[in-house]
Design a binder for this molecule. Structure first.
Ligand code: ASP
Length: 335
C-alpha cells in the first residue's frame, strides 16, 4: 500500500512539473528580432567569381539584408520584412527569381513563390506563373485575399490581374547569363543538375519584436525545366514553412528531394516536438536530403530568434542579422 502511495505521489509531482514546464516562459530570451536571407545554394565556383562579381553579390545581399533590418528594427512585422527582402532580390537580375529567373526548356520563365505567417500558419503560394514582376506579392495576395493556399498558371495570372498585381513584358525577365545556361544545358555541355547553374532561389525568414515568425521563398525553378515542373519553393512544408511555436524555414536546392523529405516542416517539427537545438534539427534534416542524393540548403529562424544556416553545397548566398548586433553576409561554405 505504502509503495502505491509513494508511486502516486511521485506521479502527481512529475505531472505537475510537466504542466509547469509547458506553461513556463522560455528561459534565455533571444534577440528582440532576427532575420536570415538567402540568394540560393550552389554559388558560382571560385574560379568563375572575379573579385568584382564577388563584391557585387555581397553588396546585393547586404542591401537586401539592410532592407529587412530596417523593417524589423522599426517595429515592422516579420511578414512585411520577409516580403520586402524577397521583393528586392526578385528585382535583382543576379538571382533566380523574378527578373533574372532561369529559362525553361522552351525559353520562357515559370515563376514559383510562397509566403507563410507563423502566427496562425496562414499561407499563400503561386506556381508556374509568367509575367508577374514580384511573385511573392502575388503569393501574399493569395494568402490574404483568396480562400486558397496555392494557385497555379493561367488561373493565378487571372487572379493577379483581378487584384492589380504588377506585371512586366516577358522579355523583362530575360538575362544573358541565364540564356547561356539554358544553351549549355541543351547542348549537354553540362548537366541540368550542374550545381553552378541549377540553383539561385531567394528567400527570407524572420522573427519580429512581437515574437511572430514568417517565411518567404521565390524562384524561377531549375534551368531547362519542362512539362510545367514545379519545385519545392512554393510547396508549404517543403521549401517554405513558418510556425510561431517552432521556427521559420526557407529552402533552396534540388527541389525534388526537398519535396520528398518535406524539409521545412520536418525541421520545424523536430523543434516543436523534441525542442531540438535549431542547428542540430536543420543539419539532421539536410543530412536526409543528402542521403537520398539531393543537395541544397536552408535558412532558419527559431522561436527564440536564433538565425541558422545549413547547406551541403560548396556555398550558399546568405546573410543574417539580429537586434543583438549580428550582421553578416557570406557566400562560400568555408567562411
Ligand atoms: N529549389 C528550387 C527548385 O527546385 C531551385 C533552387 O533552390 O534554386 O525549384
Amino acid at each position: 500500500m505504502r509503495t502505491v502511495l509513494v508511486l502516486l505521489a511521485a506521479l502527481a509531482c512529475s505531472t505537475s512539473l510537466m504542466a509547469q514546464d509547458r506553461s513556463a516562459p522560455r528561459q534565455a530570451p533571444g534577440p528582440e528580432w532576427s532575420l536570415a536571407i538567402h540568394g540560393g545554394a550552389g554559388t558560382l565556383s571560385r574560379s568563375d567569381m572575379t573579385p568584382e562579381r564577388d563584391r557585387e553579390y555581397r553588396a546585393a545581399l547586404q542591401a537586401a539584408l539592410d532592407a529587412g533590418v530596417r523593417a524589423l528594427a522599426g517595429g515592422g512585422s516579420a511578414l512585411d520584412a520577409v516580403q520586402t527582402v524577397v521583393m528586392q532580390l526578385e528585382d535583382d537580375a543576379r538571382f533566380n527569381a523574378g527578373r533574372g529567373a532561369v529559362f525553361t526548356w522552351d525559353g520562357g520563365h515559370e515563376l514559383d513563390a510562397a509566403i507563410m505567417d507563423g502566427r496562425d500558419r496562414s499561407a499563400g503560394a503561386v506556381a508556374g506563373v509568367g509575367g508577374i514582376r514580384n511573385p511573392i506579392t502575388l503569393a501574399r495576395k493569395v494568402m490574404e485575399e483568396s480562400p486558397h493556399v496555392m494557385l497555379s498558371g493561367k488561373g493565378a495570372e487571372a487572379f493577379a490581374a483581378e487584384h492589380g498585381v504588377a506585371t512586366m513584358p516577358a522579355d523583362w525577365f530575360d538575362t544573358e547569363a541565364r540564356r547561356e545556361a539554358l544553351e549549355k544545358v541543351k547542348s549537354e555541355q553540362v548537366s541540368a543538375l550542374d550545381v553552378d547553374i541549377k540553383f539561385g532561389t531567394v528567400g527570407a525568414v524572420a522573427r519580429d519584436r512581437a515574437g511572430n515568425l514568417a517565411a518567404a521563398t521565390s524562384t524561377g525553378g531549375m534551368t531547362g525545366k519542362r512539362w510545367n515542373r514545379i519545385g519545392d519553393s512554393p510547396i508549404i512544408g517543403a521549401g517554405t514553412y513558418a510556425d510561431n511555436r517552432s521556427c521559420a524555414v526557407s529552402a533552396t536546392g534540388w527541389g525534388e528531394y526537398f519535396i520528398r523529405v518535406g524539409v521545412a516542416k520536418a525541421i520545424c517539427d523536430r523543434r516543436l516536438l523534441l525542442r531540438e537545438d535549431m542547428q542540430v534539427a536543420s543539419d539532421t534534416v539536410l543530412a536526409e536530403v543528402k542521403a537520398l542524393g539531393g543537395d541544397g540548403g536552408v535558412i532558419v529562424v527559431s522561436d527564440e530568434g536564433e538565425a541558422v544556416f545549413s547547406f551541403n553545397t560548396g556555398g550558399m548566398y546568405r546573410g543574417r542579422a539580429d537586434s543583438a548586433g549580428l550582421n553578416e553576409v557570406a557566400i562560400y561554405a568555408d567562411e
